[in-house]
Ligand binder design. Structure first.
Ligand code: ZN
Length: 219
């Protein structure tokens, strides 16, 4: 998935099995991707399923965070994903963008809202968002009582079919974003990573290290 306009590029691609590790090789992979996408600088993160958002610094792999924001043109923000949702946010007119990693723990920590709130604090007034690709509800079975930990604000995010429970990361993050964004400013990816062989899936691939690369940059 790649969207490319005159002021913004964002995307999501299967990458390799070394991504997301704080290694020299990871750094080189990101530099290679920057050349491919004509990105002058980049910033990435080593994610920990938390809800911390950081102001991205050029040529840094930030540890211990799950979201990056920037107002800098030409600074590519990277994150790595496999089933967890990438959440891309941008202002329609001002140079403000963000990228967050939302698994169920980050979702419970309201990371999507943290991301949006920080951009609003920086002056964003017309934010738009893209949620996903990630795992769909049908393929995201969870245990009973999961909703007590995940604390969804959308009561429809948790579904019970027989004795099985399923969680809708999409619906929950959409509900969180709707607190701040107009409904028609939120796009939802139709891609389920579990179903689509073009992407790595943590659940389908039996927890191998394969990751997909999510990215966004202001031009
Ligand atoms: Zn699915």
């Amino acid at each position: 998935m790649r969207k490319d306009s005159n002021r913004l590029i964002y995307g999501y691609e299967k990458h390799n099995d070394k991504i997301g590790q704080a290694t020299e090789e990871f750094q080189q992979e990101l530099e290679q991707k920057c050349r491919e996408l004509s990105a002058p600088d980049f910033s990435s993160m080593i994610q920990v399923h938390g809800n911390t958002i950081i102001t991205a610094q050029p040529d840094r792999i930030h540890p211990d965070c799950d979201g990056l924001i920037t107002d800098q043109v030409g600074l590519m923000l990277f994150g790595s994903f496999a089933d967890c949702l990438p959440i891309y946010v941008w202002d329609q007119t001002k140079p403000l963008i963000g990228l967050a990693h939302a698994g169920w723990k980050g979702t419970a920590g309201r990371i999507a809202q943290n991301l949006v709130k920080q951009l609003i604090d920086l002056g964003a007034t017309d934010l738009h968002a893209m949620i996903g690709p990630g795992i769909c509800r049908q393929h995201y079975q969870v245990s009973a009582g999961f909703d007590l930990e995940a604390k969804p604000i959308n009561h429809r995010s948790m579904l019970k079919i027989g004795n099985n429970y399923f969680f809708d990361l999409y619906a929950e993050n959409q509900a969180q974003l709707k607190v701040y964004l107009k409904p028609d400013a939120i796009e939802i990816s139709p891609i389920c990573t579990y179903e689509d062989g073009n992407y790595y899936s943590y659940r389908r691939d039996q927890k191998t290290r394969g990751r997909n690369l999510g990215y966004i940059m202001l031009k």
